[in-house]
Design a binder for this molecule. Structure first.
Ligand code: HEC
Length: 167
């Protein structure tokens, strides 16, 4: 059984907007989003999975750090009380975690614009040795070993399993 983390992308796209089931609602004076939703359509199950994984330490190698450890919802999804972000084993990174909002309208990500596709962004944190220090292969194993996530995918995301969608 193949399990992927597609939901994370859906979640970060939606952090600053009202979710009306599967519709992205934004002000009329906004331009069209940069993100191509045809390849990763919004649906409530994917969004729920993304929200769940965003707050879950399962994405880090020692199961202690989640996306929200550095992107705290209390601080507009940034890490305001720390100059530099902290990852696994109390390691301190070289940059501060930026606030996350309006990401569907961004063409580039990171302070230096080094990432040019939102779907790739979670992999950067996940694989960074000082942030989450994990691999996708290991995350897939952990998710498969979890009765909770197996059940979640089987019940809510059977189409993702069938498509075997992966990055
Ligand atoms: C250990 C702290 C840490 C963790 C954990 C972390 N991030 Fe980040 N995040 C950062 C830092 C630091 C940057 C800026 C890095 C840079 O510019 O080099 C960043 C940048 C980003 C950006 C780019 C924002 C922009 O406006 O360019 C996104 C999106 C993002 N993170 C999402 C995530 C997601 C999703 C996860 C979980 C899979 C995650 N982050 C986990 C610290 C973290």
């Amino acid at each position: 059984m193949k399990i992927t983390i597609t939901g994370i992308a859906a979640l970060v796209l939606l952090l600053s907007f009202t979710i009306n089931d599967t519709q992205l609602i934004y002000p009329g004076y906004f331009p069209e989003p940069q993100y191509n939703f045809t390849k990763n359509p919004l649906d409530s199950s994917t969004i729920e999975l993304g929200r769940n994984l965003f707050y879950s330490p399962v994405l880090s190698s020692n199961n202690t750090i989640s996306c929200a450890s550095c992107h705290s919802p209390y601080n507009a999804f940034s890490h305001t009380d720390h100059q530099l972000s902290h990852g696994i084993h109390d390691q301190v990174g070289t940059r501060n975690a930026p606030a996350l909002f309006n990401l569907a309208w961004q063409k580039k990500f990171m302070w230096d614009g080094s990432i040019n596709h939102l779907d790739m962004q979670p992999l950067a944190a996940l694989s960074h040795p000082k942030e989450m220090g994990e691999t996708i292969q290991s995350v897939v194993k952990k998710l498969n070993a979890s009765a909770y996530y197996r059940n979640f995918f089987t019940r809510h995301l059977p189409t993702v399993l069938l498509r075997g969608k992966k990055y």
